[in-house]
Write a protein that binds this ligand. Structure first.
Ligand code: CAA
Length: 509
């Protein structure tokens, strides 16, 4: 079926983005929103997004006007009677979605398609009460809809193959990459993304690390386009909570149990960018102020540093290499390095691996107060790990040292995985478990996360890059430390550690 005219029901952030994408592809779009204020806000979102594209030279002013004129605002569903396809983007509550589908059944022609952009509810449950359940298909876009290329096309046992083909062809026509998925909570991308975002909130609420440090660890340490807390603010904390609740209902387990802080913020109406406030405060953006923390004044960097290698006296280990590398980096920056803990210096650094463990080696060296753990998970990022006995002055000197080395510093609790590993490895574990369950092929997992969430490399490629052996080690340490089975390395990951990832996934094929 050739789709010429479309409808969008619900003009929040996602609805407005979807209407824009459809209109940009030449379709006429009726945008229905019962609340007049929300309708006006949605239409102005579309206009300002098109205006931004025009100001960046991506559209001419004339194209901007033409696209905007193809979107017709309306208050009543009846205005969409002639639409070939309608996308519903109303709030994530089954009774509301079902009511919309029932109304669409009344106004649409029998051959018109009803697409739901649900991010977490069962498409089968949304379709089941419809007069024509075969024409109800999931068409799941990603935020910001004009930018993210993935569309998950969700079919159910009730879906007519022709409806799925039409939605798939439309997704291609509007410049997206459709990926066919079955009706399972969170489909592919959200089922992987949300537990990782939830874990980041847990790290924040337990004081494991600060908000900016959590986000920096991910952008600077892993190379993802946004940190998890900034991304939660973009998606919306209420939406994220609803997705987690659906995942928890379907799969159970601690990874999906919403962090209390997420629920509290959502309850308080601090739902992220759309309300002006979430983990960050966006209300100052209009006045040109930043919402980040003030950069603290740093003391003078230490001129002499003692390196404590916890693996000294044991057979050669990755840690010895880490210590040697750090020694070279410090020497190149003009810092004098000592390996003798008795020799007085300005700072002692315990060169730790991602499994952590600062206090033991610091005590053994007699340097408890002035020892800070350091781990470099990436060439531009240093994790600074104070022990319970590290002085504030020593931590300040370590920060100054990192700045002198030209690296970004994040502070982490001294727990298995430190900060980057605690966020990354369980996320990679979930991706491997999804492949092991046969729910999505490893390649599709990577496609979903690169096109849906802007990852430069998908989780499987990330795993190949960091090494599955390291992933098994860190996850085993997290499992032993917390006793949570959600951190236990799955058998397929252990197989990858023994035999390597299949060539195509490791980038070798
Ligand atoms: N609307 C339209 N266009 C937008 C936009 C928006 N809200 N935000 C950014 N853009 C455009 C910009 O205009 C720019 O376009 P050009 O290259 O044509 O000039 C481009 O996107 C890049 O934007 P910026 O340079 O301003 O910013 P950036 O490089 O930092 O990228 C980002 C911004 C695209 C949002 C990037 O940070 C990113 O990919 N983040 C990850 C987002 C993500 O994970 N989304 C999925 C969330 S999960 C979901 O949505 C599913 C669900 O059900 C919850």
């Amino acid at each position: 079926m050739d789709i010429r005219s479309a409808g969008v029901v619900g003009l929040g952030t996602m609805g407005a983005g979807i209407a824009e994408v459809l209109a940009r592809a030449g379709l006429t779009v009726t945008a229905v929103e019962a609340d007049p204020d929300a309708l006006a806000r949605g239409m102005s979102m579309i206009d300002s997004s098109l205006g931004k594209a025009a100001s960046r030279g991506r559209l001419t002013e004339q194209q901007h006007r033409e696209i905007a004129s193809r979107v017709q605002p309306a208050a009543a569903m009846a205005s969409m009677a002639d639409a070939d396809l309608v996308v519903e983007v109303v709030p994530e509550q089954l009774p509301i979605k079902r009511k919309v589908v029932a109304e669409l059944d009344r106004v649409l022609r029998p051959e018109a398609i009803i697409a739901t952009n649900t991010s977490s509810l069962s498409v089968t449950a949304i379709a089941a009460d419809s007069a024509c359940p075969g024409r109800v298909v999931g068409m799941h876009f990603f935020n910001p809809a004009p930018v993210m290329r993935l569309v998950e096309v969700v079919t159910t046992v009730l879906t007519e193959p022709e409806s799925a083909r039409t939605v798939t062809a439309l997704a291609e026509r509007i410049g997206k990459t459709p990926v066919q998925v079955t009706d399972r909570a969170g489909f592919v991308a959200n089922a992987l993304l949300l537990p990782y975002l939830n874990h980041a909130v847990r790290l924040l609420e337990t004081g494991y690390a600060a908000c900016d440090d959590i986000d920096l660890a991910v952008t600077a340490g892993i190379g993802l386009p946004m940190g998890p807390l900034a991304l939660l603010d973009l998606i919306g904390l209420d939406t994220s909570l609803a997705i987690l609740e659906a995942l928890e209902r379907e799969f159970g387990g601690t990874r999906y149990t919403p962090a209390p802080m997420l629920r509290r913020l959502a309850d308080a109406g601090q739902t992220g960018r759309k309300s002006g406030r979430g983990f960050y405060d966006y209300r100052q953006e209009e006045t040109g102020q930043t919402s980040g923390k003030e950069s603290a004044e740093l003391p003078a960097p230490p001129g002499t540093v003692t390196l404590i290698d916890p693996s000294i006296g044991r057979p050669a280990s990755p840690n010895s290499d880490r210590a040697e590398d750090l020694a070279s980096l410090l020497a190149a920056a003009g810092v004098s390095v000592s390996w003798n803990p008795v020799h007085p210096t300005d700072l002692a650094l315990v060169v730790i691996g991602p499994e952590g463990g600062v206090l033991g080696p610091a005590r053994a060296a007699g340097r408890t107060a002035d020892a800070v753990g350091m781990h470099l998970p990436h060439k531009s990022l240093a994790e600074l790990v104070p022990s319970a006995l590290t002085s504030a002055a020593a931590l300040g000197r370590a920060r100054a040292l990192v700045a002198r080395l030209g690296l970004t510093a994040v502070r982490s609790a001294d727990r298995p995985g430190l900060l980057v590993g605690a966020l990354l490895f369980p996320h990679l574990r979930d991706a491997v478990a999804m492949a092991a369950d046969g729910y999505a092929a490893p390649r599709d997992v990577d496609t979903a996360m690169t096109l849906g969430c802007g990852y430069p490399r998908g989780p499987m490629r990330l795993l190949a890059d960091v090494g599955p052996e390291l992933a098994v080690d860190v996850l085993s340490a997290m499992h032993a430390g917390y006793g949570d089975p959600a951190f236990a390395p799955p058998p397929l990951l252990r197989e990858y550690a023994l035999g390597g990832l299949p060539g195509a996934l490791s980038g070798a094929g």
